[in-house]
Design a protein around this ligand. Structure first.
Ligand code: NAP
Length: 313
């Protein structure tokens, strides 16, 4: 049975739901031709993807918005078919900046709301025009903010209808608990977007999030683009893994498809990035087979507990 990604949605704690497979859209703006994101999101929508993961700080949110609007204009989809996740950047944590920042994203997208808005990282940088503010010694300038106050401003965005759901990213258990235990909490984070794949399976965080109805959205599910400027390339390439390739042979699938299937079978939402039409389609073909319990265990055993994305900042 060739089920579509759209029929595979995970319920969120606020009553909404998130498609298990989405298209990641981070690509180095210096190395990526203009328009590639636009074309890729259009290809993805034509393929059947309904979930797109983006961010203001990816510098291509205007292309994502344009692709969605063009597909709506063509009659291919309706706005409510699409699940777009946007992110609050580190320089915008002060509560008074949260709503204007989301409104700026909506203006860039030319959409009325995002389906999910998440705090991209739990630490804040000095607010201002510089997205990566640094001092004269080249050190990041951090900013003291109260994550709970930022969260209350996120809740207000949901109440205003600007974000259908709200969540977080790169939060550890302690940071999640800070929000969950906040006096007067109105909405729990529906999701936590973190690195997750066969070499970094996050068993403890996954269990904690399960207990609290927080969906894990796994980023870098294929082991990243291995761009040395931000990736720890000392960890071996995931897609060369012999076990993933051997299991792939059995199902006539690629290592990428096996890695993605492993994650969705654990209930982890995946957002593989590809700006290549063939690979966008390949990554979608993960709903027509399933891994046995033994294979799932074999893949789980590949966990190296090493991150590709160390977020040294
Ligand atoms: P990824 O999805 O694990 O891997 C992307 C790389 O794999 C690209 O170089 C892509 O190249 C290649 N690729 C895609 N499909 C493939 C296939 N079937 N076979 C072989 N290679 C394939 O890495 P990621 O971009 O780091 O993570 C995905 C998304 O997660 C990002 O785009 C972003 O939306 C999100 N993310 C969020 C955070 C956060 O802090 N919240 C951090 C990192 C990433 P082509 O484009 O040429 O196909």
């Amino acid at each position: 049975m060739n089920l579509t990604a759209e029929s595979h949605r995970v319920p969120l704690s606020d009553g909404n739901s998130i498609p298990l497979l989405g298209l990641g859209t981070y690509a180095d703006p210096q190395k990526t031709p203009k328009g590639s994101c636009l074309e890729s999101v259009k290809t993805a929508i034509d393929t059947g993807y309904r979930h797109i993961d983006g961010a203001f700080v990816y510098y291509n949110e205007h292309e994502v918005g344009q692709a969605i609007r063009e597909k709506i204009a063509e009659g291919k989809i309706k706005r409510e078919d699409i699940f777009y996740c946007g992110k609050l950047w580190n320089t915008c944590h002060p509560p008074e900046l949260v709503r204007p920042t989301l409104e700026k994203t909506l203006k860039i997208l030319q959409l009325d709301y995002v389906d999910l808005y998440i705090i991209e990282l739990p630490m804040a940088f000095k607010p201002g025009d510089a997205l990566y503010p640094k001092d004269e010694n080249g050190k990041f300038i951090y900013h003291e903010t109260n994550l709970c106050a930022t969260w209350e401003a996120m809740e207000a965005c949901k109440d205003a209808g600007l974000a259908k759901s709200i969540g977080v990213s790169n939060f550890n258990r302690r940071q999640l608990e800070m929000i969950l235990n906040k006096p007067g909490l109105k909405y729990k984070p529906v999701s936590n977007q973190v690195e997750c794949h066969p070499y970094f399976t996050q068993p403890k965080l996954l269990e904690f999030c399960r207990q609290h109805d927080i969906v894990i959205v796994g980023y870098s599910p294929l082991g990243t683009s291995r761009d040395e400027t931000w990736v720890n390339v000392s960890s071996p390439p995931l897609l060369k893994d012999p076990v993933l390739n051997a299991i792939g042979k059995k199902y006539k699938k690629t290592a990428a498809q096996i890695a993605l299937r492993f994650s969705i079978q654990r209930g982890v939402v995946v957002i593989p990035k590809s700006f290549n039409p063939q690979r966008i389609r390949e990554n979608f073909q993960i709903f027509d087979f399933s891994l046995t319990e033994k294979e799932m265990k074999e893949i789980e055993a590949l966990n190296k507990n090493v991150r590709y994305v160390e977020l040294l900042m």
